[in-house]
Design a protein around this ligand. Structure first.
Ligand code: PEP
Ligand code: MG
Length: 751
């Protein structure tokens, strides 16, 4: 930008700021801005449209008919103004009436203006409105003028965020981000919580968007940039990255961006035109976020996210804002973040009452950690990081996957009633804790819990679980930056067995690959990772890691009994090979004179349909079998468990699936091999009942599910349940759910 243009822009911004400081209420301020911009850019019209819900309202104008103010409204994407709001891109045309999307609003009298320049008023990627100038004659607005408009729009956006345009007049707009918000996301972990917002990346309010001294602002930016670069270098050099939660490729991307000349130059240009350093950073951030919404390539999106995260860091350095680790965590904190790594989440640990993520997936590591800590989690809650501010009231309903931000009193009351009801139910479950999960006709079902972190183990006693049916060992690996060494692994396994006391723990060897990518594992690009090189396939191809883990398990047992199972066994040979490896390790330990476990049971997870048809010898060789229903179901129905479009499409109580489970149970029974079910469905009371009716006698689930499952199991006659299912299977219905629900309702049973 030429020097003279920058000087002009600075003069305009200063006049704008002075005018705003002296103006009265919101409307007056808006009017002043339009007058000033029209004068400075020598235009006949200047108008400000602000966003009200899904519409844009003409809120101030110089040059159009005044009667149209607060009357003319258009939908986002309607007309040229709507197009700017929808695309977050300027429109600059000499001939507005023939421009794409033009629409005529007769009450404004704008038909006589040929040229049109409009820019989005946006803050951090959120379009708050549109700033427009128009002229009668055909005129081409220069790049400098477009830039000047963008700079003014930035200031308007910052002022809007501060509530500068709100007032007491009936036509005034409500301050942004102060109304109640109801947001729908996806269930990440069940549970409900009322609390206060804790932003993972605190939003920064800029009280003075216009700078008096561009030189000083430029120096501040440079100092913060150099601090930022040092910070990133330190993180890359730091080998003990475990706690930072950032992966190495993210850090490398940060380093690249921190030195990106174009990025730095654009921020300096904004400062030259009169913006404060923070607003210059935000201006770039807005552009990045606008690009993010247009890019569909996942790799590019990730990199744009990295740039966004880096900008947040830069803003924190500029404003002296504290990192969350150094902030005080309020009581009943509900964490709000775009996304979060498992390590970072563990840092917060049990200090959180709930978590709401803008992104995330049900199988993400953060979701796994949230589950382990039993913290309600709602994921994929669009726009939440823009809406929420530290300290605001928020209600998280992890059962429904919804969030109420700044709720009204009646919503809070209804929510509290729900919390009380759930607490009463919990008390009822607690009363069942020491009672067996025995059906009315005397069938005993063993209910165990799934775990994956040491943090899970305290739930063992209160839940009444009869052991850990699935211990996912990979989580210890996932939350770290480097492979945990044998000694560390053994110490963890030992502590787990200590806290389980006499109750059995079934350790599953590393199940990595697919969605569980270790930060330090070289990632191979696979077209279908869920069908790819994962779990036991990795273990058998890279025996070193599997051997080390088995040694750690054998040593961690310290002479106690041990149950180990191998994940994702698709054919007999894989089990035979893994089992031989384990037996060899036992022999080696013996030869070295180490204490070996009192007994080792070796099992397989049945997670692919193929294994259900393995030779009889497999069923005879396995000491036990555990059905990994999450994977088994996705392969049975060919429906990705992570894909929101299909993951709920097929009912677990589908006749085909239940028949399949029945066949597996019968094959295990014939071989005299105990079989359990440890996928998520085991924790759903109706599904658990159906599995029990199919002959499964051990179910492993989240600790919180044990109470509801036990209550239902204790209230039924399993023989009758089986009859209901058998009849429904023959009826031609696709699922037995309808018949089961009707039967339970008839019997007045809660489920
Ligand atoms: C399963 O697939 O059901 C299972 C328990 O394993 P994971 O969910 O860890 O893949
Ligand atoms: Mg699995």
């Amino acid at each position: 930008m030429p020097h003279s243009a920058a000087v002009e822009s600075r003069v305009l911004l200063k006049r704008l700021r002075d005018a705003l400081a002296n103006a009265g209420e919101g409307q007056e301020r808006l009017d002043r801005i339009t007058a000033l911009v029209a004068e400075a850019l020598v235009t006949e019209v200047c108008s400000i449209y602000l966003r009200v819900g899904q519409e844009l309202e003409l809120c101030a104008t110089t040059g159009l008919k005044r009667e149209a103010v607060h009357q003319t409204r258009m939908k986002i994407s309607q007309g040229l103004v709507g197009r700017i709001a929808a695309t977050a891109e300027p429109v600059n045309t000499q001939d507005a009436t023939s421009a794409r999307g033009f629409q005529y609003f007769p009450e404004t009298g704008e038909e006589i203006f040929a040229s049109f320049l409009g820019v989005p008023i946006q803050r951090l990627g959120e379009v708050l409105g549109v700033l427009v100038v128009q002229n009668r004659e055909q005129r081409s607005y220069s790049d400098d003028q477009v830039y000047a408009m963008e700079v003014v729009a930035m200031v308007i956006a910052e002022m809007a965020e501060l509530g500068a345009f709100t007032g007491s007049a009936p036509t005034d707009l409500p301050a942004p981000h102060q109304l109640p918000v109801f947001a729908r996301g996806v269930v990440g972990q069940e549970g409900v919580a009322e609390g206060v917002v804790l932003m993972h990346d605190p939003q920064i309010l800029i009280t003075n968007p216009v700078s008096d001294d561009p030189r000083a602002e430029a120096a501040r930016l440079d100092a913060s940039l150099s601090e930022l670069r040092k910070e990133v270098d330190r993180m890359i050099e730091d080998d003990a990255l475990e706690d930072s939660g950032e992966h190495r490729d993210v850090l490398n991307a940060w380093r690249m961006f921190a030195h990106d000349k174009g990025w730095v130059k654009r921020m300096h240009a904004s400062i030259e035109s009169g913006l404060a350093a923070e607003v210059a950073v935000e201006k770039e951030q807005s552009a990045t976020r606008a690009r993010m919404s247009r890019v569909s390539d996942p790799y590019l999106r990730e990199r744009l996210h990295d740039l966004d995260d880096l900008s947040n860091r830069l803003l924190r350095l500029l404003t002296g804002g504290l990192h969350v680790k150094d902030r005080e965590i309020p009581k009943n904190a509900i964490l709000i973040a775009r996304n979060i790594g498992p390590g970072e989440l563990l840092d917060y640990g049990r200090m959180l009452s709930g978590i709401v993520l803008e992104e995330g997936s049900v199988g993400s590591h953060a979701a796994i950690v949230a589950r382990a800590l039993a913290i309600p989690l709602v994921i994929q809650t669009r726009g939440i990081t823009r809406e929420a501010h530290d300290g605001e009231c928020i209600l998280v309903d992890g059962d429904q996957g919804v969030v109420h931000l700044r709720p009204e009193e009646n919503v809070i009351e209804a929510f509290r009633a729900k919390i009380d009801m759930l607490a009463a139910a919990q008390e009822a479950y607690a009363a069942l804790r020491d009672k067996p999960a025995e059906t009315k006709d005397g069938v005993n079902i063993c209910l165990q819990m799934n775990a994956g972190l040491m943090a899970d183990l305290p739930s063992l006693g209160p839940s009444g679980a009869q052991g850990v049916g699935l211990y996912r060992t990979e989580l210890q690996f996932l939350v770290r930056r480097t492979v945990p060494q044998r000694g560390e692994q053994a110490a963890l396994y030992s502590r787990i067995l200590d806290s389980a006391g006499d109750l059995p723990v079934t350790f599953r060897t590393l199940d990595i690959g697919s969605d569980k990518v270790l930060p330090y594992m070289k990632r191979s690009e696979e077209p279908n990772p869920a069908l790819g090189w994962r779990a036991i396939r990795v273990g058998l191809d890279r025996k070193g890691v599997l051997r080390m883990q088995i040694q750690a398990l054998l040593r961690g047992a310290r002479g106690r009994r041990l149950k180990i199972m191998f994940p994702f066994i698709a054919q007999f040979n894989e089990f035979r090979e893994a089992r031989s490896l384990l037996l060899e390790e036992i022999e080696r330990e013996k030869a070295k004179g180490h204490v070996i476990p009192a007994g080792v049971e070796i099992g397989a997870m049945l997670e692919t349909p193929s294994l259900a048809f393995a030779p009889d010898q497999f069923f005879e060789m396995a000491d036990f079998i555990s059905i990994g229903g999450n994977d088994l179901k996705q392969f049975f129905f060919a429906a990705d468990r992570e894909n929101e479009l299909v993951r709920r499409r097929y009912d677990t109580l589908n006749v085909s699936f239940l028949t399949f489970i029945d066949q597996i149970a019968r094959r295990c029974d014939a071989a005299g091999t105990p079989v359990s079910f440890c996928g998520e469905d085991a924790g759903r009371p109706m599904e658990a009942l159906a599995f029990a009716a199919m002959g499964l006698r051990t179910l492993s689930m989240r600790p919180a599910s044990i109470g509801p499952v036990k209550r239902l199991i204790r209230s039924v006659d399993l023989g009758e349940v089986r009859e209901v299912i058998d009849t429904a299977c023959k009826s031609g219905e696709q699922s037995v759910r309808g018949a089961l629900v009707a039967w339970l309702e008839d019997a007045n049973l809660k489920f």
